[in-house]
Design a protein around this ligand. Structure first.
Ligand SMILES: C[S@@+](CC[C@H](N)C(=O)[O-])C[C@H]1O[C@@H](n2cnc3c(N)ncnc32)[C@H](O)[C@@H]1O
Length: 425
């Protein structure tokens, strides 16, 4: 396998050779394991099933494809490609808003005209949007004038949670993305507040993201569902955090999953370590929505709690924060952590399971771009950030010197790391 690097190996032919070398390694692995080859046909696997080692080949192939595309397009073509991305969300949004993936069955050929007219009186506009969707593989075109399911639309038709994730991206995130620079211009002062974000500009509200969502049960449910879906994305599965930490040593400890949303992690934790007492805390609307669908057999306790208020639970051994602190600027993270202090005993653990941003240029560019996009999403929605190891250390130390960082575990299969903090008064 070629070395992981941001540097172009030198020429387009060398890049093509790197792509061939790495795709061959992927192909050989899949054949040897008797696994299906990559495919975009309906019902194809959602992602190629690769080992950690072969996944590095995938990353290298994608990085080289990215580099080769840029070189072949030239700087002007590359810029044109980026500008074209402005419209990529339009057809995805249409798929979500008009439930297009559920309008026809897998294998059916649906007339573009009929589907368009069902979605909107402006059938001409809709048919153009559907044709754009075909160019982005969101749908397939079996013959002129007709659409059918692609692998992407098949996945969407089979997973309401995936539809919620796309819906949240199109309606919660995308409008905010276009307002990042206007928000920076409008509110240049520091510290940047969670109520002075691109989301605030886009929605014309002075309420921070989660408060704005809380006033709309449907949006609250959709966001919680999207978060649940995230938990099944490669590297974001609960399994990565379950494997990375010695949960078994906690025996019958009480663990609170602070901001535990739909209980996906808590349920997985309780299932694997049934002797633990597991509590999910979240805002009242989220807890209500979670209560309505969480399996009672999961034996997870649900509790409404605003983490900016004093922690009400006593005798807690572990506070677990998964994808929580990245939503908040430093001063707010400190406030959340300080609200725990009156309940802490010597040795109480706080485990932060969040992204650890690697130094620029240290991981393949395809992966790096996803991390940087995630960081910009934090800026757009919350004026918060994804943090590097150094930034995490600085934040925890500045919050209270009695928070001692015991370990920082970088999970090899995940961009999320585990920061173990011990209360040491
Ligand atoms: C990015 S989601 C992460 C959810 C979950 N931990 C996970 O890993 O999928 C952030 C969560 O924090 C919750 N949250 C936001 N503000 C809160 C607050 N003030 N008090 C309690 N929970 C809050 C949200 O409702 C949401 O469930």
């Amino acid at each position: 396998m070629a070395k992981l690097s941001h540097e172009a190996p030198g020429s387009i032919v060398q890049l093509a050779a790197t792509i061939l070398e790495n795709t061959r390694a992927i192909d050989t692995f899949l054949k040897e394991e008797g696994l299906p080859g990559p495919s975009l046909h309906p019902n194809a696997p959602a992602t190629p099933q690769l080992s950690a080692e072969v996944d590095l080949c995938l990353q290298q192939a994608l990085a080289s494809i990215d580099e080769l595309t840029a070189l072949l397009l030239g700087p002007l073509g590359w810029l044109k490609l980026q500008v074209g991305h402005v419209y990529n969300m339009v057809s995805l949004h249409a798929l979500y808003r008009f439930s297009i993936p559920t309008q026809f069955s897998i294998g059916e050929e649906a007339s573009i005209r009929d589907v368009s007219m069902r979605c909107s009186d402006n059938g001409d506009a809709m048919s153009r949007i559907l044709q754009h969707a075909v160019t982005n593989r969101f749908l397939a075109q079996p013959r002129p004038g007709y659409i059918a399911h692609s692998a992407c639309s098949t996945l969407l038709s089979q997973s309401p949670a995936l539809m919620d994730w796309v819906g949240s991206a199109c309606e919660d995130l995308w409008p905010a993305a276009s307002q990042v620079i206007p928000a920076l211009l409008k509110w240049p002062e520091l510290p940047a507040l969670p109520s002075h974000t691109a989301f605030n500009v886009a929605e014309n509200t002075d309420r921070p993201f989660f408060q704005a969502l809380a006033s709309d049960p449907q949006r609250t449910r959709r966001f919680a569902s999207a978060m649940g879906l995230m938990q099944s994305m490669p590297g974001f599965e609960p399994l990565a955090a379950l494997d990375a930490y010695d949960w078994a040593s906690l025996r019958s400890a009480t663990v609170i999953d602070v901001g535990g949303s739909d209980g996906a992690f808590a349920t997985a934790l309780k299932r694997k370590y049934p002797t633990l007492r597991v509590i999910v805390q979240d805002l009242p609307g989220v807890i209500e929505s979670t209560r309505s669908h969480l399996d009672a057999a999961a034996d997870v306790i649900l509790q409404a709690h605003n983490f900016f208020d004093l922690q009400p639970a006593q005798d807690v051994d572990v506070y677990f924060f998964r994808l929580i602190l990245h939503d908040w600027p430093d001063e707010f993270c400190s406030k959340i952590l300080r609200q725990l202090i009156p309940t802490l005993k010597p040795g109480t653990r706080i485990i932060v399971n969040d992204l650890m941003v690697p130094p620029l240029g240290s991981v393949p560019i395809y992966q790096e771009r996803q991390i940087r996009c995630q960081d910009l999403a934090m800026l757009a929605l919350f004026n918060s950030k994804e943090r590097s190891r150094e930034e995490w250390t600085k934040l925890i130390t500045a919050t209270d010197t009695r928070f001692r960082i015991n370990s920082i575990i970088q999970v090899s299969t995940s961009p999320l790391g585990l920061l173990e903090i011990v209360w040491t008064p």
